[in-house]
Design a binder for this molecule. Structure first.
Ligand code: SAM
Length: 437
């Protein structure tokens, strides 16, 4: 016999998915009074957010074609201009209704990055269908959710250190019923549990979710001409990133005679380019014993201006700050660390290490980092590029972005023998930061 409660729940889920797919705002509002917005169809994995967006997909033979900017392209032969205008008007209304539906679902706490059975988040679907306005709405929701998650994390850490009275202050926001909808952990798309293998990259997941820092630093490494792999064949560094490293180095060291601090030597690609720019001081922090051994063999310890700091940046950098060592440029590119580590670095240490009157003409030092967070899917990358820009701003740094085209890495066979494709995008967004002012 079927459990009546299960049947009722299934019915509610299906009604919600149907109302979302039909962009029926009234039905949705009614259903959302009693049903959570975060339900999933057991067969497709669709949430109402997926359903609302996927319903905008056009049949192949549908004559009106939506362009990537959300505009309607013309109709093919055999249609009068009146028919064309009508179809285009109908499509416009459909997209407006979809946008209102998405807005309502997000306001009700729809999770921005749930995966359906096709491994797509709602943002991935909007991106694939070229629905720019809706895609941007999902990105904004993602940014809000991730910023909130990071803040809660920080409050949590403060709470761990402080006494009970301070704890209450830290969590004051949680007790404010007016803010409840905005900070409800479940409703904000915040994944508190450890992510599954397939989960898209978010704040708690390192750039590569298969590894953690301690495990990586204890693992054996394999160096070949075009890649550095850890013991599980995770790509630590790959030669296809050389163009990105070159452009980064050009921005950070625009002239000879400057002082550079590089965190993470890897294959030494960027350090080689920094050396070619004849820096007056070239400090390298590296933690992995196998990388350090290779650096010794390759003569890095004897190169002009080079100072190698053996150990984790977390242990090395506070001493550099204490000693008042200043730089014209700093680059940060580690492995198996999460976003929190990057944020800690630029929020706590860049201010003490980057010379505000440094640079080629005293215009101020520059900070750069490898921008790879969420790079296995466009929507996560776009969310994290915004999150990091906001956090940098809070740390007193403004960011300039340059787009760098990435070749088709599948076509060039880059991933053969590598455990996980950590890059799936056409464009790298290269950040260069300097102090605001
Ligand atoms: C992605 S690679 C750097 C690649 C480099 N930019 C290049 O051009 O070849 C990351 C490097 O950071 C090192 N690393 C990881 N965690 C670190 C930490 N906490 N402190 C210092 N180095 C670290 C790794 O051992 C690895 O050599």
């Amino acid at each position: 016999m079927h459990d009546p409660l299960t049947i009722e729940t299934d019915l509610e889920t299906q009604s919600l998915l149907l109302a979302a797919a039909n962009h029926d705002l009234e039905a949705l509002r009614n259903l959302l009074r009693t049903t959570s917005v975060n339900v999933q169809d057991p067969d497709t994995g669709f949430t109402p957010l997926h359903a609302a967006i996927a319903a905008c997909e056009q049949e192949k033979e549908d004559p009106a074609i939506v362009m990537s900017d959300g505009q309607i392209d013309g109709l093919e032969n055999g249609h009068t201009s009146g028919e064309r205008a009508e179809a285009s008007d109908g499509r416009k209304k459909e997209l407006e209704a979809a946008a209102r539906t998405v807005e309502l679902l997000l306001q009700n706490g729809a999770i921005w990055n749930d995966l359906d059975k096709n491994n797509e988040t709602p943002g991935c679907t909007a991106h694939r269908l070229g629905l720019k306005e809706i895609y941007d709405m999902v990105v904004k929701a993602g940014v809000r959710a991730e910023l909130l998650l990071n803040r809660l994390d920080e409050y949590q850490m403060l709470g761990d250190d402080d006494d009970e009275a301070e704890d209450e202050d830290d969590f004051e926001i949680l007790d404010d019923p007016q803010d409840a909808s905005t900070i409800d952990i479940e409703a904000s798309g915040i994944i508190v549990e450890p992510p599954s293998e397939d989960a898209p990259t978010t704040a708690h997941i390192p750039t590569n979710p298969d590894v953690n820092s301690a495990g990586y630093l204890a693992s054996d490494l394999t160096f070949t001409a075009d890649r550095l792999l850890d013991a599980d064949k995770n790509g630590v560094m790959m030669a296809w990133e050389t163009d990105i490293m070159r452009r980064t180095a050009d921005r950070l060291l625009p002239a000879p005679g400057l002082r550079i601090l590089n965190i993470g030597h890897g294959m030494g690609i960027i350090d080689g380019i920094f050396q070619s720019k004849s820096p007056s001081a070239h400090h390298i922090v590296e933690a992995h014993p196998a990388v350090l051994e290779r650096m010794r063999k390759e003569g890095w310890y004897d190169k002009p201006g080079v100072v190698v700091h053996e150990g984790k940046w977390q242990d090395v950098v506070p001493t550099l700050v204490q000693e008042d060592t200043m730089f014209d440029a700093i680059y940060f590119d580690t492995f198996a660390e999460d976003y929190k580590a990057l944020k800690e670095f630029f929020s706590e240490y860049v201010i003490g290490l980057l010379d505000p009157s440094g640079g080629n003409e005293g215009e101020g030092g520059r900070f750069g980092f490898f921008n790879g967070l969420g790079a296995d899917r466009q929507v996560c990358y776009d969310v994290y590029s915004e999150v990091v820009e906001i956090d940098l701003m809070e740390a007193g740094l403004e960011t300039e972005w340059e787009d760098v085209k990435v070749p088709d890495l599948d076509e060039t066979g880059e991933w053969a023998g590598v455990r996980r494709r950590y890059w799936a995008l056409e464009n790298y967004r290269l950040p260069t930061c300097k102090f605001i002012g």
